[in-house]
Design a protein around this ligand. Structure first.
Ligand SMILES: [Zn+2]
Length: 248
């Protein structure tokens, strides 16, 4: 039996969120130097392109040299498109639940393909190998799905699965993840993630989905470090590509 694994993922990595990312990374590094999967947003909220910050580029390159992986995480990380009117469930999903971060939920295939290509060009320019694409808020509409199938990405993820591309073969593995936007959400996150951690204690893979925004919330960070400590007693840390047997 291969040993069980743990995948630690940091969402929303960009020059615009780098201060918060650094705090999360310092907490994890201080505990154990393990390979992480960094979900990098090429131009987060139109605020900063990844290639334009030498400090950011240098820091990511240091991490890549130590075994981290980068994956592309949306392009702007903002849901600005979309046919209206929305159904009530669409409205809930796209505005209330995800704070309009689900950029790839309503893009048509052409627009989605353009953003994927534009992002890949930025990674290529930096010489950063990238195998994965994770849609913001894990929301992927039909257009995004078609564009991803035709792209060179080798995997994507949903909240519940890792999925190889272009065959869309799913591997069940729910991700632990916190929503920190309000005290109520943090309390619900603490309860639900504690339950999920227990339910998945024998699963072959545990996915820990940390966000840059978690850095500002000690309860979230305490949960992650406790969970990481428990995981590392029996689990081998790997990147998503490593777990899928892909070389980025
Ligand atoms: Zn995100």
């Amino acid at each position: 039996m291969p040993p069980p694994k743990v995948c630690v993922v940091l969402h929303d990595v960009s020059p615009a969120t780098w201060d918060a990312c650094k705090r999360v990374l310092a907490a994890v590094d201080g505990f154990a130097r393990i390979p992480l999967t960094l979900l990098v947003v090429p131009e987060y909220h139109h605020r900063a392109s990844i290639g334009e910050s030498p400090e950011f580029v240098t820091a990511i390159e240091k991490r890549l040299a130590l075994g981290d992986e980068v994956a592309m995480h949306g392009y702007f990380h903002q849901d600005e498109a979309g046919p209206k009117p929305w159904s009530p469930s669409d409205r809930f999903r796209r505005t209330i639940w995800t704070a309009r971060e689900g950029e790839f939920s309503a893009l048509d295939a052409t627009a989605a393909a353009q953003r994927l290509a534009h992002g890949l060009r930025q990674f290529d320019r930096l010489g950063w190998k990238v195998a994965g694409f994770v849609p913001p808020a894990w929301l992927l509409g039909p257009g995004g799905r078609a564009a991803l199938t035709a792209s060179r990405f080798r995997y994507t993820t949903t909240r519940r699965h890792l999925v190889t591309l272009p065959d869309w073969r799913p591997y069940a593995s729910p991700s632990l993840v916190w929503s920190v936007r309000s005290r109520l959400r943090r309390n619900l996150s603490a309860t639900f993630n504690t339950y999920l951690r227990h339910r998945l204690r024998h699963a072959p893979l545990m996915r820990l989905g940390l966000h840059a925004a978690d850095a500002a919330h000690p309860d979230a960070m305490r949960f992650w470090l406790d969970t990481l400590r428990a995981c590392l007693e029996s689990r081998l840390p790997v990147t998503k590509s490593e777990w899928l047997g892909l070389s980025p």
